[in-house]
Design a protein around this ligand. Structure first.
Ligand code: LMR
Length: 401
């Protein structure tokens, strides 16, 4: 029956983890997947999460099905975290929000909703490059995927002129995907002034802005600052779509906690959108898992836990920044590795887009047991005091050939 099914390629990101697991060398390092590791290279369960789980053990919540759109207290608080207490549409009851299977699920609900109900276009523009899963998510949702210029290889920075030209050239009312902060994979974000210009172009061209915010808090350590673009667009009157993930900022990766929201015109429109969100979700997975949403809700709903969580997010962001400085110092000063490495310090969030080419990343995996995605992206969180020197020396050897 399945003789005609061709073998598919491994996933560009999760496939790296598979290769890493199969490697038996004790020096091996996995800088592929974007998952935080502590200073000892171990997965990190936040203390605020552990406390929330203890509270849940005491209160013993049942295991009933959640409603189709998830835990209402959680989605309300997730929206508040993203949009802010001053958000006009939020305060008017005009934001339709549903719990999702983390960020991927939020993007997929959004893609499916837009494919079915957005009346003006079936075309979505993604930055080039973008997270490897964006294209399959939106393509499988029924949208046509196109690209807009984003990253300039020459400056290892934002191609702002290219971005503006491509958004201006996009057909009116097309959908445009924007990374709210900590752009994945490049670590290059627009400045606040540039965001304001992007907002103007989106308005001029009547584009539909769809934000992916997978790293709120992870970019700067400040959840409000990282939500700048989202809040600016909403304040400017854009009716945005928003995908949120609590995988990174709460370390709830495997619990799959996220939210998808749409800003609507008013409470009556919101109610109609809510009803159609349910119709999109029910045949996909009925209703979302409960445990992670209870944990996130406990943190977002309790002042002491919330404060602790914010300081833990900042702690993770700060450790990553310190690794950036260390790596930069080793490559430029200690090893004098050929090339310009300033971007390692200036890039934002979990990743650094190193500029290493596919041949070099292959050599690093095969000879040094150092794993990263083929585009040269490294998860900075995989580095620590014990492995950074080995990593820098391995990169140096790969570059010097
Ligand atoms: C990544 O980009 O590494 C993360 O977002 C994890 C994933 O699912 O790809």
């Amino acid at each position: 029956t399945w003789s005609a099914v061709p073998a598919g390629p491994p996933d560009p990101i999760l496939g790296v983890t598979e290769a890493f697991k199969a490697d038996k060398d004790p020096r091996k390092i996995n800088l592929g997947v974007g998952a935080y590791r502590d200073g000892n290279g171990k997965p990190y369960v936040l203390e605020s999460v552990q406390k929330a789980e203890k509270l849940l053990t005491i209160s013993k919540p049942d295991k009933e099905y959640l409603p189709i759109t998830g835990l209402a207290d959680f989605t309300k608080r997730a929206a508040l975290l993203a949009y802010g207490a001053d958000s006009v549409p939020l305060n008017q009851g005009a934001v339709a929000v549903t719990q999702s299977i983390s960020g991927t699920g939020a993007l997929r609900i959004g893609g499916a909703f837009l494919a079915r109900h957005y009346p003006h276009s079936k075309v979505i523009y993604l930055p080039v490059p973008s997270w490897g899963n964006h294209t399959p998510i939106f393509r499988d949702s029924g949208l046509e995927v196109r690209g807009y210029r984003y990253f300039d290889k020459k400056t290892v920075g934002l191609d702002f002129e290219g971005l503006k030209a491509d958004l201006r050239a996009a057909p009116e009312q097309s959908i445009v995907l924007l990374h709210a902060c900590a752009h994945n994979p490049t670590g290059v974000d627009p400045t606040q002034v540039q965001w304001a210009e992007i907002s103007d172009i989106v308005k001029e061209r009547k584009l539909f802005p769809f934000f992916d915010m997978a790293y709120q808090g992870f970019a700067s350590g400040d959840t409000a600052r990282d939500a700048f673009a989202v809040r600016h667009f909403v304040a400017e009157g854009h009716q945005i779509a928003l995908a949120q993930s609590f995988a990174k900022n709460m370390g709830l990766y495997g619990e799959r906690v996220g939210a998808f929201s749409l800003v609507t015109a008013d409470a009556a429109e919101k109610a109609r959108v809510d009803s159609q969100m349910k119709i999109v979700i029910r045949p996909m997975y009925s209703n979302p898992p409960i445990h992670g949403a209870l944990v996130a809700n406990a943190i977002l709903g309790d002042t002491a836990l919330y404060d602790q969580w914010e300081s833990e997010v900042k702690g993770m962001a700060d450790r990553i920044i310190s690794m950036r400085e260390k790596l930069y110092g080793m490559l430029t000063h200690d090893l004098k590795t050929p090339g310009e490495w300033g971007h390692i310090k200036s890039q934002i969030g979990m990743f650094s887009f190193t500029g290493l080419n596919p041949a070099q990343t292959k050599v690093l995996a095969e000879k040094a047991h150092v794993y990263m995605t083929a585009d040269g992206r490294i998860s900075m969180a995989g580095l620590n005091a014990n492995n950074i020197e080995y990593f820098a020396t391995s990169v140096d050897a790969a570059v010097k050939g």
